[in-house]
Design a protein around this ligand. Structure first.
Ligand code: PMP
Length: 455
């Protein structure tokens, strides 16, 4: 007789039904706002993703400070989602809030660089190690522009990404790998797609050097665009030596190595590439880079800069297809300067690591004590609870172990006990403001959840 599955699906569904009721009862003001919003917003929210949470009605926020937020019903939450990394350095960090307030009275946007631009350029180079920079408003924009530059300067049509990647609302990268044929296919969830992905994007499994070599061999790939670790399809770290070998393969095949560090900025000061001595040709960060104010940056080597100038100078006058009107506005520059000076610091990262150490140890102790065949995978200040006995190697590995109902149960149960996790997966991020009391609260709620599941 095979062992009965744990947790029992019926018991899990019953628990989820109780938690939904509990949430509804505790949030009358959110419910009222949801009703009003339903009249004027698609799905009742200003961005439809804001309904992609496991709670039965939208949670409306009154204020967010440091590692905590308060909802409109007055409940306090410890935030391990942190705006899916936008607030990685804590909500409304004081230096950024002050810089934004000061700049707000001095002009918001002029389509001309503010005085701070020179200082910001110097700080970007110093912090992230690349000499040349451009700005964008969002990481999606930055990735889109970088791909344009990469194709322009290499005169190659293809880009290469890893299966399970997410680089924002970028047509080229909203693709999956057909497991049967290895072909590139449009991600089935994407709306209104018309791109011929096969002609322009290749997809290979993460951590697969043979596949990488094969994909680059015909000299048609302008850039490998990658996160140093997959963070958007579960947390999948690179195998030891993977990036050193991948970087060498890109060099050999004349393909630009482009690292999107929008999430892996949480790895350590300056991001993953800096802390692991990688040398990408181009490098991208958005979300938290300016402390949560809309802003993204991309940096590149002197050689790439020269090739970019050549490509631009050779093109006819007119729209480059790169940039948006509000990009590098005075508010964004002010926030970026404050963030580079006060947030991207060893002290911030030491505080993040302290909290992450405590959280990782606490979770592992519980998995061990309760004999749960699960894994905590860690990358700097970020970690993920994975319902599988080992760290995954690639996206297929994650797909095979997905447990959607269990995940939704964990999220809603914790939310009802004042702890916010990143929706879509079990990601937990620690900010410099995350303290022992916050970690203890998550661990206590996790214990309570496991008790409720009879484990
Ligand atoms: N790159 C990565 C690695 C991301 O995780 C995301 C968003 N999750 C983006 C780019 C896009 O960021 P945005 O939605 O701010 O444009």
């Amino acid at each position: 007789i095979p062992p009965s599955p744990w947790p029992d699906p019926t018991a899990l569904a019953a628990l989820q039904a109780r938690e939904r009721e509990r949430f509804l009862a505790a949030h009358p003001t959110s419910r009222a706002l949801a009703e009003r919003c339903a009249a004027h917003y698609l799905y009742g929210v200003p961005l439809h993703w804001m309904r992609d949470w496991p709670n039965p009605v939208t949670l409306f926020v009154r204020a967010a400070h440091g590692a905590a937020l308060t909802c409109v019903d007055g409940h306090a939450y410890v935030d391990f989602c942190l705006g899916d990394t936008g607030a990685m350095f804590g909500h409304s960090p004081a230096p950024v809030a002050q810089a934004v307030a000061a700049q707000a009275a001095q002009g918001l946007t002029c389509m001309l660089p503010a005085e701070a631009a020179a200082r910001v350029g110097e700080r970007l180079a110093q912090r992230f190690g690349l000499p040349y920079w451009q700005l964008a408003m969002t990481a999606s924009d930055a990735n889109r522009f970088v791909l344009r530059w990469a194709r322009a300067i290499t005169d190659r049509p293809q880009v290469l990404v890893f299966d399970g990647c997410y680089h924002g609302a970028v047509d080229d990268t909203l693709v999956d790998r057909d497991p049967a044929t290895g072909a590139t296919v449009r991600r089935r969830s994407v709306l209104g797609g018309v791109h011929d992905h096969h002609a322009f994007t290749r997809v290979i499994p993460f951590n697969d050097l043979d596949a990488l070599d094969a994909a680059l061999a015909d000299g048609q790939v302008a850039a490998l665009l990658a996160e140093p670790a997959l963070t958007n399809f579960g947390l999948v770290p690179p195998a030891p030596g993977f990036w050193e070998a991948a970087q060498a393969l890109c060099r050999r095949h004349g393909t630009l190595l482009v690292l999107d560090e929008t999430h892996t900025l949480s790895s350590g000061v300056g991001g993953y590439a800096r802390t692991h001595a990688l040398s990408p040709d181009m490098w991208i960060a958005g979300k938290a880079v300016a402390g949560g104010v809309p802003c993204a940056v991309y940096g590149f080597t002197a050689e790439v800069a020269a090739r970019m100038r050549n490509a631009k100078d050779a093109a006819p006058e007119g729209h480059s297809g790169i940039g948006t009107t509000l990009t590098a506005n005075a508010l964004a520059l002010a926030a970026l300067e404050a963030a580079l000076e006060h947030l991207h610091t060893p002290a911030s990262y030491a505080a993040m690591a302290r909290a992450a150490d405590a959280l990782e140890a606490g979770l592992n102790a519980r998995l061990h004590h309760r004999q749960l065949p699960w894994t905590v995978t860690r990358l700097g200040a970020r970690m993920e609870l994975q319902f599988m006995p080992r760290t995954p190697r690639n996206a297929d590995d994650v797909r095979q172990h997905a447990q959607a109902a269990l995940e939704a149960s964990l999220h809603l149960f914790l939310l009802n006990r004042g702890v916010l996790l990143t929706p879509f997966h079990g990601m937990m991020l620690c900010s410099p403001a995350t303290g022992d009391d916050h970690v203890a609260r998550l661990l206590a709620a996790f214990d309570e959840w496991l008790d409720a599941l009879g484990r």
